[in-house]
Design a protein around this ligand. Structure first.
Ligand code: FAD
Ligand code: MLT
Ligand code: ZN
Length: 528
């Protein structure tokens, strides 16, 4: 067993926080928006012929388009007779393709309100769209719903340097917002691999979890208020900046994670923590999933308040990244499991002492087989790249069936093993030339009990989909887990909510949906 580079930890600890977090994200949605690639995506309505257009919904006419042109600024109404709208119709996994003929790009909350008032009166269905990085098909239309793209609503409204409270338009890109905060010594309390494209409004609409939820908590806690436009055009002004407010129902919570089904989020007020001055990252190789759990228990005990991420990946995940990466593998030999541990603190000596002791103990107690600690900012960034580019690497095979689940930790990885066995029993081989299944991998936010089970395929295939669904969801239900830990329900899981929610809860949700959106125009065919 060998743990190298520990000596160099102090070098890393002297890096300033601002520098350590200036990562270049490799994921780019625009790469998926080239005409060549979008042409290959089958229409959702053809892939799922059981879904029918809701005949109660209106059809967009030229009079509607003229009306939108009269209320929006020039260039804000895109129609398919003059523009290529495929980038708005196809999702980031190239799995779903809608048929929107009109895309609206409002610049103000008032413009969104006018759009919604008209759509409500005319019963025209809409899909709010942020960065279109969602992984459940929620951000693109199914039929001819109008896309409301928030990309031009991208201004920071205010930032209070004392409290750390940021108020910003929904269309602000997460990475740009975080850069704004970094210049002021603060950090956005959410980070994820798609940060270069996703919007903070989209993050709130999906209640995104990301890489540091274990440190900064859920958006249900950090979002202090929001402004939203209801389905009928009414603006709900709840942009509060208070940490404590017990006056009445907390309506903003309804919008967090509502995936565009209740209204359009136009601005967010969010509590941002101070950016840590000292960041360390270690990448460890382990033999078994039991050892991964032991390393986590020990990290909570020994690193406690400086622990900021605990991500795990199996051998197959890292091998998929290695197929396409020019980076040298972090560890020379292959291991069954890998863990990325990040600490964020304010005192270099203190953090270094804690981390070194933690890693030494892991070695001495044979919990890890090997490990490496980033020496400098470049190494730190590279180690994160091995984790963050797993989704992108898997997508290169052709398509991915993605399951994003919460399971009690002891059984978390069993789902990956059982999936391989389940496919094998059905006669499906993995990774052979004649098989459509390229790989079955598991990785995720172990610190949050969140597994990403991914089945990479050469192309989306109904036989494989039917083998996996509802089998995966039944598996989860038996363990009282959640079929969506962070990506949401969208189109992909709308028929499966009952595997995680009691009928009484679903009934309340349906009633709430009717109150918020009586005409059913907000992101139809999704969620429930
Ligand atoms: P979109 O994809 O545009 O929309 C997502 C949903 O929100 C849709 O239903 C849409 O209608 C709705 N919506 C968007 N904006 C608004 C608005 N202003 N008002 C109302 N509804 C709106 N997710 C995680 O949780 N954790 C991760 O670690 C993570 N990592 C990812 C890594 C990669 C490489 C990729 C591609 C995706 C990842 N995701 C992750 C999924 C995705 O990035 C998040 O769900 C993100 O929050 C979506 O933001 P968006 O702006 O792209 O929203
Ligand atoms: C992640 O954790 O990398 C994201 O949730 C995206 C994904 O799983 O594909
Ligand atoms: Zn995730």
């Amino acid at each position: 067993m060998r743990l190298f580079s520990l000596r160099a930890a102090s070098t890393l600890c002297r890096q300033s926080a601002q520098h350590t977090f200036q990562f270049t994200r490799q994921f780019s949605c625009t790469a998926l928006r080239t005409a060549g690639q979008t042409k290959q995506v089958v229409l959702t309505s053809e892939m799922y012929p059981d879904i029918h257009r809701d005949s109660r919904l209106g059809n967009v006419t030229s009079a509607d388009v003229d009306h939108f042109k009269s209320i929006l600024q020039p260039g804000s109404v895109l129609t398919d007779d003059t523009e290529d709208l495929s980038g708005f119709n196809v999702d980031s996994m190239r799995k779903y393709r809608g048929q929107a003929r009109v895309v609206l790009k409002p610049r103000t909350t008032d413009e969104v309100a006018q759009i919604m008032k008209h759509c409500h009166e005319r019963r025209l269905a809409v899909v709010p769209q942020g960065g279109n990085t969602g992984l459940v098909g929620g951000s693109v239309p199914v039929f001819d719903e109008i896309v409301i793209s928030l990309g031009l609503m991208n201004k920071i409204r205010s930032f209070d340097n004392v409290s750390g409270i940021l108020v910003a338009d929904a269309g602000c890109i997460l990475e740009a917002t975080d850069n704004f905060l970094a210049e002021r010594g603060y950090i956005f309390p959410l980070d994820l691999g798609a940060k270069g494209s996703c919007h903070i409004g989209g993050n709130v609409a999906t209640n995104a979890g990301g890489l540091r939820l274990l440190r900064y908590g859920s958006l249900h806690g950090s979002v202090l208020g929001l402004e939203a436009v209801m389905a009928n055009g009414t603006v709900v002004n709840g942009l509060g900046k208070l940490r404590k407010d017990n006056t009445g129902y907390d309506v903003k919570q309804m919008f967090i994670g509502s995936e565009g089904t209740l209204g359009v989020i136009t601005a967010v007020s969010i509590l941002c923590p101070r950016r840590s001055k000292v960041v360390n990252v270690a990448f460890l190789g382990l033999e078994s999933y039991e050892q991964v759990q032991s390393a986590f228990v020990k990290a909570k005990a020994d690193l406690s308040e400086i622990l900021s991420a605990f991500e795990f990946m199996d051998r197959e995940s890292i091998n998929e990244v290695a197929k396409y990466s020019e980076l040298r593998r972090p560890l020379d030999e292959q291991h069954n499991f890998y863990v990325l541990v990040e600490t964020s603190g304010s005192n270099p000596e203190h953090d270094e002492e804690k981390l070194n002791k933690y890693l030494e103990d892991l070695m001495e107690s044979d919990i890890i087989e090997d490990g490496v600690l980033a020496n400098d900012e470049t190494q730190l960034k590279n180690l994160w790249t091995w984790r963050e580019t797993i989704p992108e690497s898997l997508g290169k095979a052709g398509g991915v069936y993605k399951y994003d689940v919460s399971i009690p930790l002891p059984e978390l990885y069993t789902l990956v093993e059982d999936t391989r066995t389940h496919l094998a029993k059905a006669g499906i081989s993995i990774g052979t030339e004649d098989s459509v299944v390229v790989d079955v991998v598991g990785y995720g936010h172990l610190g949050d009990g969140n597994l990403h089970l991914n089945v990479a395929v050469k192309n989306y295939d109904k036989h494989i989909e039917h083998l996996l669904e509802p089998w995966v969801y039944e598996w989860i239900e038996k363990r009282h887990g959640s079929i969506s830990a962070e990506h949401g329900l969208g189109f992909a899981k709308k028929n499966y909510i009952q595997y995680s929610k009691d009928p009484s809860m679903i009934s309340v949700m349906k009633n709430l949906k009717t109150v918020f959106d009586p005409n059913g125009i907000m992101n139809p065919y999704k969620y429930i």
